[in-house]
Ligand binder design. Structure first.
Ligand code: RB5
Length: 140
């Protein structure tokens, strides 16, 4: 089962729903940990929920806020989380291959839907290379 944990604040609510629809079309099981409306809310709440669930279930997660930056700062406070804020497909691919990224952070106010979905696909379809890259991760 391909499971993705997803979360957003109000600034990422619309893009999160578009990503959910895209992932479900690709047969992923998507677990949405909120927020549930476009009403103003606090991104650290959802970053923490998603980070904890990614660690507990050893899954991948996606976090969306206005810029993607607040979410990445908050998620990266958790030991074992490697949250990557991406605005292009090359970075998305490389951060899985070299950093074994386990959370992708996107900014709805920065990245349009078409590119955001390509970034999601590039990130999900890339594979961690291990070897010297694992050694470097172990050094973090
Ligand atoms: C909310 O206005 C905005 O600050 C938030 O979505 C995010 O961009 C924070 O980093």
């Amino acid at each position: 089962m391909k499971k993705i944990i997803i979360g957003s604040d109000h600034g990422g609510f619309r893009l999160k729903n578009e990503i959910k629809e895209h992932l479900r079309e690709l047969d992923y099981v998507v677990e949405d940990l909120g927020c549930d409306t476009a009403e103003s809310c606090d991104y650290p709440i959802y970053a923490k929920k998603v980070a904890r669930e990614v660690l507990a279930s050893d899954s991948l997660g996606i976090l969306v806020c206005g810029t993607g930056i607040g979410m990445s700062i908050a998620a990266n406070r958790f030991d074992g989380i490697r949250a990557s804020h991406c605005t292009d497909t090359f970075s998305a691919r490389m951060t899985r291959m070299h950093n074994n990224s386990n959370i992708l952070c996107l900014g709805e106010r920065i990245t349009g839907t078409g590119l955001a979905l390509d970034i999601v696909d590039a990130w999900l379809n890339a594979e961690f290379m291990g070897g010297k890259h694992q050694k470097r991760i172990d050094m973090i």
